[in-house]
Design a protein around this ligand. Structure first.
Ligand code: ADP
Ligand code: MG
Length: 615
């Protein structure tokens, strides 16, 4: 039997084939262009490379119908336009060595061919100094006839009907608001990477963002992320080991549960780097609670020969030649920077009104009375429990020996917990005597109250009975475009959580009502943070499973509870402590807050007796 007659081979003979040009282009395009925002990214980068001062982005239907990027850059000479759409055609690189010195955003010559492989493209461009411009239309990557056109110098690229020729990919596109949300973030990141460029964005003909040119990064960060973010940041600028680092970093005492923003611009390119984020987290570690994350916007300037950006077609991932040195430099620069300012008076602090809110809101007859419903009653009944640690699950290095092993089951109604006082304006020390167990409990006032509010709100949410309070002056909060987009997608859900807001202008929202315990908090900061939580939660989107929705809801509720809760470093009177303990007992004496932080530890008299040699 000859080889070709082999039954196993007969079928597979001649099955290896060279892919058609069209298929190759589609596959290559897939690496670079996976959704409308990738087109936006590539086109803005080309505009930046062309030396533009103004870049305008117009999108229709979340970019699914049309993406247009117009710039005032140097333009493309008519004789080069067709070439620009050939794979690996670039004006930015000539030899492999150039790779190590490139300062341009692009250099692989892949964007235009990829975009034209998956959408219908029209380009109009006029080279600086020429008299006429040229226009070219491409379909399925194939160029039509080059025509002359009147235009001022610059380039306009339109990509429409993305994935019209790749139905499977088209099916994977998300809703218009979701795709547009991605575009907003892309535009924001690109604007961050090029502060001197005026960047504008419209959606369906309406202006969404306008970021005029800024002369420095600090102003750009303020423009993009707003005063609430900048005000809770420390500005750190340092050059170590040839690494020039600048950034706005959240003060350790003002970090939030959201991870937005966490932006890194390396040599003028917005990148993602787990290594850099790790160095930053390490610098913050020990200064911030486990469930909080540093937020920051930073730039790094490193000799390009120490960085390889050519790891992935999108160039978002980078490789560092001396990764440890860079980790080390960032870690130390940041640690020193955070340390110095942390001990200094808080000049930038904007949280005064947030912290002040509680002392007025809690206490006898505070937020409880205003709604007219007995929130204590509302809190009674079944209790929601998240993964709980036991009270005995204490850091062993601290009081390993002294912690009682027995877990007395306290009867909520009969237990007697009497506050003795406050320690460090943060911990409530209480005397517990329930007959079977006598000892001390130490409660973290913030986490305890946070959990009380969270459970109460969760329960009210489930029974659709959230106690809300209308705001007399319905404040209007201006958000970043990406925050506004995500908030707009969740207006109904937020309403069920007691947050009644409505759009008021492009990125502004009017707050009509909030859960009653939040009436005195800084709603400006709160709304931004909720939006950030929802952006962080974007990974759950598309999945409509209960679980995913629950996760989102919990994050938002936890953020609200955190805002409404009494803070650490706040003096409480005995009455207020008693009140808080009562609420905590009624909540079922949970041991962790919604973010998983500890609420309580205890020490029994029996343990004390043993420690002091009385037992
Ligand atoms: P790359 O940016 O990697 O060079 P692209 O496919 O994105 O590859 O672009 C190909 C070439 O087309 C660029 O090298 C540049 O010469 C030219 N080009 C693309 N967009 C513009 C633009 N907006 N203005 C001027 N030239 C452009
Ligand atoms: Mg490019």
């Amino acid at each position: 039997m000859s080889v070709s007659e082999h039954p196993m081979l007969a079928e597979s003979a001649n099955t290896i084939g060279i892919l058609s040009e069209e298929t190759i282009n589609q596959i290559a395009a897939g690496e670079l262009i996976d959704r409308p925002c990738s087109v936006v990214k590539e086109l803005i980068e080309n505009a930046i490379d062309a030396g533009s001062t103004v870049v305008m982005i117009d999108v229709v239907d979340g970019g699914k119908q049309l993406i247009r990027v117009s710039d005032d850059g140097e333009g493309i000479p008519p004789e080069d336009i067709r070439l620009a759409f050939e794979r690996h055609a670039t004006s930015k690189l000539r030899t492999v060595d150039d790779l190590w010195h490139v300062r341009t955003m692009g250099f692989r010559g892949e964007a235009l061919p990829s975009i034209s492989a998956v959408s219908k493209v029209k380009i109009r461009t006029m080279r600086e100094g020429r008299k006429t411009g040229a226009e070219l239309t491409l379909s399925n990557g194939l160029p039509g006839v080059l025509e002359e056109t009147a235009l001022s110098s610059g380039t306009i690229v339109e990509a429409s009907d993305i994935f019209f020729n790749a139905p499977v990919r088209r099916k994977f596109l998300k809703t218009t608001p979701t795709e547009f949300g991605h575009i907003c973030r892309t535009v924001q990141n690109q604007a961050l990477s090029a502060p001197a460029i005026h960047v504008g964005l419209t959606h369906n003909g309406k202006r969404v963002s306008d970021f005029p040119a800024m002369s420095n990064m600090r102003d750009r960060v303020l423009q993009l992320f707003g005063a609430p973010f900048v005000n809770r940041c420390i500005e750190i600028s340092k050059t170590l080991d040839g690494i020039a680092m600048w950034g706005m970093f959240a003060r350790p005492e003002q970090v939030k549960t959201s991870r937005t923003p966490q932006e890194i611009v390396l040599n003028g390119r917005w990148i993602k780097s787990a290594m850099i984020v790790h160095a930053i987290y390490e610098a913050y570690r020990m200064r911030i609670p486990k469930d909080r994350y540093p937020t920051f916007a930073m730039t790094l300037d490193i000799d390009p020969t120490r960085v390889d950006v050519n790891v992935h077609p999108t160039k978002r991932e980078v490789r560092f030649l001396d990764q440890e040195a860079i980790h080390h430099a960032i870690f130390h620069a940041l640690k020193a920077g955070l340390g110095i300012v942390t001990n200094a008076p808080q000049v930038f602090s904007s949280s005064a009104n947030v912290t002040a809110s509680f002392s007025r809101g809690y206490g006898w007859g505070g937020s409880v009375g205003r709604t007219g419903i007995d929130e204590h009653d509302a809190a009674r009944g079944t209790f929601h429990t998240t993964t709980e640690t036991t009270e005995n699950d204490v850091d062993p290095s601290v009081i390993a020996e002294s912690v009682s092993q027995a877990s007395p089951s306290l009867d909520r109604d009969s237990c007697d917990i009497r506050p003795l006082g406050q320690l460090n304006q943060t911990y409530i020390v209480a005397n517990v005597d329930i007959g079977t167990w006598h000892g001390l409990k130490v409660l973290d006032q913030h986490t305890a109250h946070e959990r009380v509010l969270f459970d109460r709100l969760l329960k009210q949410t489930r029974t659709r009975s959230v106690a809300t309070q209308g705001l007399l002056f319905s404040p209007v909060v201006e958000l970043q475009p990406s925050q506004a987009v995500v908030l707009n997608q969740h207006l109904e859900e937020l309403r069920t959580l007691g947050l009644e807001i409505e759009q008021f202008g492009k990125h502004a929202f009017r707050i009509r009502a909030v859960p009653s315990f939040l009436t005195r908090t800084d709603v400006y900061v709160l709304l931004g943070e909720i939006a950030d939580e929802l952006i962080d939660g974007a990974e759950y989107e598309g999945s409509s499973s209960r679980d995913a929705l629950d996760k989102k809801t919990h994050k938002v509720l936890a953020t609200m509870a955190c805002h409404g809760a009494i803070k650490a470093n706040q003096t409480l009177g005995l009455g207020e402590m008693k009140h808080l303990i009562h609420d905590w007992v009624q909540t079922g004496m949970p041991t962790t807050c919604p973010h998983g932080r500890r609420i309580v530890m205890r020490l029994s008299v029996a343990e004390l007796d043993r420690i002091f040699g009385r037992a």
